[in-house]
Design a protein around this ligand. Structure first.
Ligand SMILES: [Zn+2]
Length: 359
């Protein structure tokens, strides 16, 4: 009982001597950002992107990751494709580091191509690549996939994309044993391990997307000028950072993931595994999205998503809209509200993606 009493005394003393309130005292002191968007026109905006993108890539630790150095022909293995009527599905593996092999589903339309490419990182879901490929473990999972439009790889291949659904680091085969008593934190365990190595988990996730693109865009059946990256929740975070770092991505759709990194009162809305040390010295999350301009970007949220307050989302979206306008790319950015919760909204997404890909 002694601890609460002592804490109460301290708090009373803090009020008495006029110290900041508990909330204000604990709020993060935001560093002066060094790479935030300040351009006044499209030319300056492009110059800013040229300077700011390497800064972000450095924060993500991309140059501290060692690439696969084995024989090129052993980098990717693809299993026998299964015929699923309108498309085929193969079980793949790609070495993205000397000791990291990323499993993925490879869904391919029938016909010769060339097909646009969709890379679809999932969020906090231990079997996320199966969810995206519409492979349900039971009826309840099947119902959730259908009700929340979660089979985005199937949607994409039926739209004519080569659709790649990889396992995202921190989950499934690429998770680590969770901390005791925290069964949902395999991603946090891996995040801690990455920090101990001086690396960043988000950076490793972005790295995997980029290495998958290296391989996929070299295939004779793909069109390297039409590349979609799309994900929900944690997959939306990977989408945003990958598109900011890699100009090969022509269309990015981030679902139920965009918000300020630090809210007006100091709140943080993203899962800890997304935290990038030093990020506030770069800028805010809208600055990261400014690196995607003038390429196509759609942000989607659910009105009833408990993770992201509507006013904080709106405040942040306005900043992305401002950057796109200054970049003369207003027509390539949109933000849409879905009428439910934390999920995909295919009726909002594909009407944006289709014309972006058709140009
Ligand atoms: Zn996480």
């Amino acid at each position: 009982m002694s601890k609460p009493v002592r804490l109460g005394v301290l708090l009373s003393a803090a009020v008495w001597v006029g110290l900041p309130s508990w909330t204000a005292a604990q709020a993060p002191s935001v560093e002066e950002p060094t790479a935030a968007f300040q351009a006044r026109g499209a030319t300056e905006a492009e110059a800013w992107r040229e300077c700011a993108r390497p800064v972000l890539k450095d924060l993500l630790g991309l140059d501290r990751i060692q690439p696969w150095t084995g024989p090129d022909e052993q980098r990717v293995t693809l299993g026998e494709p299964e015929d699923l009527d309108t498309y085929t599905r193969a079980d793949g593996r790609i070495w993205t580091e000397p000791d990291i092999q990323v499993p993925f589903w490879y869904l391919r339309p029938k016909g010769p191509g060339p097909f646009p490419v969709a890379v679809l990182p999932h969020g906090h879901d231990q079997i996320g690549r199966n969810t995206y490929a519409g492979i349900a473990r039971d009826q309840q999972h099947a119902d959730k996939i259908r009700r929340e439009d979660r089979d985005v790889a199937v949607q994409a291949v039926e739209k004519g994309f080569v659709a790649i659904a990889p396992v995202v680091r921190g989950f499934g085969e690429l998770g680590l044993p969770a901390s005791l008593g925290r069964a949902d934190s395999t991603c946090v365990s891996l995040w801690h391990h990455q920090l101990l190595r001086g690396r960043v988990l988000t950076g490793a996730r972005v790295w995997d997307v980029m290495r998958i693109l290296d391989w996929a865009l070299d295939l004779p059946e793909t069109d390297q000028d039409r590349v979609l990256v799309m994900g929900n929740s944690g997959g939306g975070m990977v989408t945003s950072f990958a598109a900011a770092c890699d100009p090969r991505i022509t269309v990015a759709v981030a679902s139920c993931s965009f918000c300020s990194l630090v809210g007006v009162q100091g709140q943080m809305h993203h899962h800890p595994c997304n935290i990038i040390p030093g990020m506030s010295r770069f800028g805010e999350f809208w600055d990261v999205h400014g690196l995607i301009a003038p390429r196509w970007l759609l942000l989607v949220h659910g009105q009833n998503d408990p993770l992201f307050p509507i006013e904080e989302v709106e405040r942040s979206v306005e900043q992305v809209r401002r950057i796109y306008a200054i970049s003369n790319a207003d027509d390539r950015f949109d933000h849409r509200w879905g009428s439910a919760g934390h999920r995909f909204y295919k009726d909002l997404m594909w009407p944006f993606i289709d014309p972006a890909m058709a140009r």
